[in-house]
Design a protein around this ligand. Structure first.
Ligand SMILES: C[S@@+](CC[C@H](N)C(=O)[O-])C[C@H]1O[C@@H](n2cnc3c(N)ncnc32)[C@H](O)[C@@H]1O
Length: 254
């Protein structure tokens, strides 16, 4: 079995109990060294073969896994954040399935939710934004025609951008026409890690702030009114007069 494990955003305590257990049991551990900190692997067996996949291509990764599988060994394939987002996991699963090798995915804490936590913010607020667009800016990886940033911006919902910090100038240029220059933006660098840095700004000034910070990697860009809103409505969920399956509402004067 190949366990594709989400390691979380960096803090070794933010891996799931199940992910940590599987790392401690598998004789082969293959991790994305460019993003997964070594401390996340501290539960690995002393005799485990622990390999960094950062310098390997897809064929080499599959070859390592196949060799383990041929010897009847389980593999912990450890990816950063959650494997379902920008993880290149689907292509690995496809190759492995073609070889008859079984995979199981163990979810992880994605860096965008860790970034929201670092900011102490909720990304959805009543009446302000009930949608989070998880996307990236078009760089070397082309965006599908219907997912261009200026089109997604039309919703003016909360937007989180992965893999886009070096393209901040383009992000700002493409979002300003819909969100406006004064729309709040936060950049979270290395969320949940000791080196975490938070830059707060607006679409009008974030480019300059990021340039001054010299941050060029491992950052989340979060855009939207929810970042600074104070006068949003309470949700219905905890309203005194709101009845649902688990609680009977009481009559109020309102
Ligand atoms: C290849 S993607 C992997 C995303 C991962 N699957 C996830 O769910 O977080 C790498 C990108 O995730 C973001 N990222 C990863 N770790 C981060 C962290 N600790 N803080 C902020 N952003 C992070 C950055 O945008 C980075 O360029």
């Amino acid at each position: 079995m190949v366990y594709i494990i989400g390691a979380g955003p960096g803090d070794p305590e933010l891996i799931t109990v199940k992910g940590a257990r599987l790392i401690s049991e598998c004789p082969v551990v293959l991790y994305t060294g460019s993003l997964v900190p070594k401390e996340v692997l501290h539960t690995a067996r002393k005799d485990a073969k622990v390999l960094d996949s950062a310098g390997m291509n897809l064929e080499e990764i599959v070859a390592v896994i196949k060799e383990a599988d041929d010897q009847g060994q389980d593999v912990a394939r450890v990816h950063t954040g959650d494997p379902s987002i920008y993880g290149s996991t689907a292509e690995q699963v496809r190759r492995l399935e073609a070889l008859g090798i079984e995979t199981t995915i163990i979810p992880g804490v994605s860096s965008f939710v860790a970034s929201a936590a670092a900011l102490g913010k909720e990304l959805t607020l009543p009446e302000l934004s009930q949608t989070v667009i998880v996307t990236r800016c078009e760089g070397r990886t082309p965006m599908p025609d219907k997912e261009k940033l200026p089109d997604l911006a039309k919703h003016q919902s909360t937007m989180v951008l992965f893999l886009s910090i070096t393209l901040i100038a383009k992000v700002v240029k493409e979002l300003i026409p819909e969100y406006g220059e004064d729309c709040p933006v936060a950049v979270v660098h290395k969320a949940s890690m000791p080196e975490q840095v938070i830059i707060n700004g607006t679409l009008g000034d974030i480019r300059e702030k990021v340039r001054e910070s010299k941050i060029r990697s491992q950052s989340m860009i979060i855009v939207g009114k929810v970042l600074t809103a104070e006068d949003y409505a309470d949700s219905r969920l905890y309203a005194a007069d709101f009845t649902h399956k688990f609680r009977k509402g009481i009559k109020t004067d309102k």
